[in-house]
Write a protein that binds this ligand. Structure first.
Ligand SMILES: Cc1cc2nc3c(=O)[nH]c(=O)nc-3n(C[C@H](O)[C@H](O)[C@H](O)COP(=O)(O)O)c2cc1C
Length: 163
């Protein structure tokens, strides 16, 4: 039996982030997955397809916000993951409420479980993607909200602890 290697990426449960970037006049956001690679210092990686407008804005500014999607943002996560900012203003289309980040130029998306403001430390090309290693420079937590996870192409709540 031939294995479908393209399905491999669906095997691992992933974080769901609304990755936002902006240069003050233009902004975009896309759904992505991210992971932390160091707690102290706080470092994260995210890989972004080079064809995306979000990618262009990260390249221009060296900054982004990892807005950890909450359960209430599942429709937004689907929408931001299936539309392209160079064709439509996603902030208007999905009526996204934002606030100014404290340190970076990218917008913070309201209603997210956590918003982590990041500055790129280094990046390198991987296939059609750029892998960014970034350091957290500020963050906002909304403890009342439950984050989403992604597995086998479906979204899940991470609410229930298993003992
Ligand atoms: C759950 C989920 C995770 C995704 N993860 C990534 C990712 O890590 N990197 C990426 O480049 N695209 C990822 N995508 C696809 C982008 O969100 C999608 O191509 C988006 O339309 C790009 O937006 P933009 O063109 O406005 O930048 C993901 C989509 C979904 C639904």
């Amino acid at each position: 039996m031939k294995k479908d290697m393209l399905a491999v990426s669906h095997l691992m449960p992933c974080s769901v982030v609304l990755l936002s970037a902006g240069n003050g006049t233009k902004k975009d956001a896309m759904t992505a997955t991210s992971m932390f690679v160091s707690e102290d210092p706080p470092l994260f990686v995210v890989s972004v397809d080079r064809g995306h407008l979000t990618h262009a804005l990260i390249e221009e500014t060296g900054q982004f916000v990892l807005n950890v999607a909450s359960v209430g943002q599942v429709k937004l996560a689907r929408g931001l993951g299936s539309t392209h900012g160079d064709r439509v203003d996603k902030f208007k289309k999905f009526s996204i409420a934002t606030e100014k980040a404290r340190v970076v130029s990218a917008p913070v998306i309201k209603g997210s479980a956590v918003s982590i403001e990041c500055k790129v430390i280094t990046s390198f090309p991987v296939g059609t993607y750029t892998l960014y290693l970034a350091g957290a420079v500020d963050f906002t937590v909304n403890k009342a909200l439950t984050p989403l996870a992604w597995h086998f192409n479906r979204f899940y709540s991470v609410k229930d602890e298993v003992k």
